[in-house]
Each structure stands twice: as C-alpha cells, then as structure tokens.
Design a protein around this ligand. Structure first.
Ligand code: ADP
Ligand code: ADP
Length: 232
C-alpha cells in the first residue's frame, strides 16, 4: 500500500516560484494499479520523482507499508529506494550490456551472489516474455522489448512498488499492449503495487484499477476507473 499525504513541492527559480504539487493525497492499495493522468505541467512527473525518492518534497508524507519515506536519510533512504522499482521515462538501458546484464544491475548493486543473480535474471526474463533474448544488446531489441527489459530491471530487487513514468509514450499500439501485459503480470504474479503516469486513457482503461487526475498540482478526481470512465 502506498499512501501519499498532502504532498507539496515548489520549484524556486530566477523567474519566480512554480508550485508543482499543491497538497496531493492519494492511496494505492497493495497489489493494485493506479494511473496518474493530467495535462502537461500538472505535476505528474514531480509526483513520480518524489515517490521514487529522487526528489524531496517540501512537506507531506509518502508511506509505503507504514514507513514514511520522506523522513529517511542515509542508508535507510538508500534501502527504501530499493523498495521502489522505477521504469524511467526514456530509453534507459546500458548499451554495452545485454538484456540479462541490464536486468542484473540492481542485483549486482545489492551484492547478490552470482548464482542467485543468474536464477533471478532467468525468472525475470521469463516474466517479461524475453527468455530467448538474454544475450541481446539493446540495439538488437525493439522499443517494446527494451521497455520490457527496463521493467524487469525495475523488478529485480523485488520492490513492493513499481513506478512507471509514461511507459508506452514512444510505442505503437501492438507494442504498447505487450508492455501493459507485462505490468499487469507484475501486479498479478509478484503482487507489486503499480503506479503508472500516462497521458493515454487507453492505458488507464486497460490496466488500471484506480485513476487519479492531477490538475495544477492537485488531485481533482480519484476513483475506480470503471466509475470515472462510465461518467465521462
Ligand atoms: P507533468 O509531468 O504533469 O508534465 P511536471 O511535474 O513535469 O508535470 O511539472 C509540474 C510543474 O513544475 C510545471 O509547471 C513545470 O514547469 C514545473 N517544473 C517541473 N520540474 C521543474 C524543475 N526542475 N524546475 C523548475 N520547474 C519545474
Ligand atoms: P554483459 O555482457 O551484459 O555485461 P554479463 O555476461 O557480464 O553481461 O552478465 C551480467 C549479469 O547478467 C551477471 O550477473 C549474469 O549472472 C547475468 N547473466 C548474463 N547472461 C545471462 C543469462 N543468459 N541468463 C541469466 N543471467 C545472465
């Protein structure tokens, strides 16, 4: 379960202050998929970066399984970051490492033994439907396959939360479907709680249980996808 409580964040620059998050509260029950939608500039990426612990909010809390992550520092913060798997917005694989090598990165960082790494990488390649592509380099994979490797890498350290920022924005409809299938499998088979930032209502309809609509840093709608989509 992720609980975001009254999160605020402003960027202060030479040309003034931009309020990116203006009191965002959100609850995502464990093992569900929540979509975050909204116009460009609404605060979606800022929210995602705060939950990924890549950015410090000005105030508010982010509770994952009861721990407020905002208060953590040092090694506790680094450990908490491992509990959050992040699928970055852009093509993020290391070009000089194979699919398996990319997926193994978080396991190497965590100091997992060679045999455990190999076993986990095989499981993850299987989960994302790329068992036959272990030895392919990113250049030898399609955009959708690369995105599935990025999802497998985000899941490698067994996080309880998976955060995907526009995971399908660069993909065509067929490829999008394969990536969404993988996110749904992660939820169903690993029980991870998934937060998907997207501007695509098709993504919301296909895999999200709940959806939150952000507008100028505030949640203006939050509810079951079925209810909101029927209303619209
Ligand atoms: P979205 O992802 O919904 O497009 P963002 O979170 O990227 O929204 O942006 C929210 C607001 O914060 C926008 O007005 C944006 O210009 C501003 N913003 C985002 N990142 C920065 C930054 N690093 N410095 C200054 N302003 C920023
Ligand atoms: P790269 O050439 O991409 O750096 P390596 O062969 O160095 O890849 O392997 C990096 C990591 O990926 C290692 O932890 C290894 O256990 C794992 N690995 C590599 N190939 C496979 C594979 N075919 N199946 C499972 N794990 C693999």
């Amino acid at each position: 379960m992720i609980t975001v409580e009254n999160l605020t964040k402003a960027y202060r620059g030479r040309s003034g202050t931009t309020v990116a998050l203006d009191g965002v509260s959100l609850q995502v029950p464990a093992g569900t998929v929540c979509g975050v939608v909204g116009e460009s500039g609404a605060g979606k990426s800022t929210l995602a970066r705060c939950i990924a612990l890549l950015e410090q909010p000005d105030s508010g809390g982010i509770l994952v399984d009861g721990t407020d992550l905002v208060t953590l520092r040092g090694s506790a913060l680094r450990a908490a970051r491992r509990q959050i798997g992040v699928v970055p917005q852009n093509d993020s694989l290391l070009r000089q490492r194979t699919a398996a090598g990319n997926i193994a990165l978080p396991l190497e960082a965590a100091g997992a033994p060679v045999e455990a790494r190999r076993k986990r990488v095989v499981e993850l390649l299987d989960l994302v439907g790329l068992a036959d592509k272990a030895g392919n380099y990113p250049d030898q994979l399609s955009g959708g396959q690369r995105q599935r490797v990025a999802i497998a890498r985000a899941l490698a350290a067994n996080p309880s939360v998976l955060l995907a920022d526009e995971p399908t924005s660069a993909l065509d409809p067929d490829t999008t479907a394969s990536v969404l299938t993988v996110l749904d499998r992660a939820r169903a088979e690993l029980g991870v709680t998934v937060l998907v930032v997207t501007h695509d209502m098709g993504v919301v309809r296909r895999i999200c249980d709940d959806v939150a609509v952000l507008d100028r840093g505030q949640v203006v709608e939050h509810g079951k996808v079925l209810d909101l989509v029927t209303q619209a």
